[in-house]
Design a protein. Sequence first.
Length: 118
Amino acid sequence: MRILLVDDSSTMRRIQKTQLDGLGITDVLEAENGEHALRQIADHMPIDIVLLDWNMPVMDGITTLQNIRSNSAYSGIKVIMCTSESEKTKVVEALKNGANNYIVKPFTPEALKEKVLG
């Protein structure tokens, strides 16, 4: 399983990578914004799951999600929004734009396991 972590915080990416390593998932790529994420996806397919932050410079998470969903070659990618945005309207917006799931930061390793493997 290959996972792409997209977050402008290197600390958050490191925490997620450590949690995924604890689940036995070691094929992990990283991107610091949506623009970089789209390049990573294009260069490293197949990618199974994208853990996508909402608030980032250059290209935010919702725009990145829309770009992923507009490309039929990426239809098999599971996108999980991983964000501090917890308002119901934000969750609904992400799901309407094609997110498969949503997890609010900070989250436990158990919550991440449920979203990724569940």
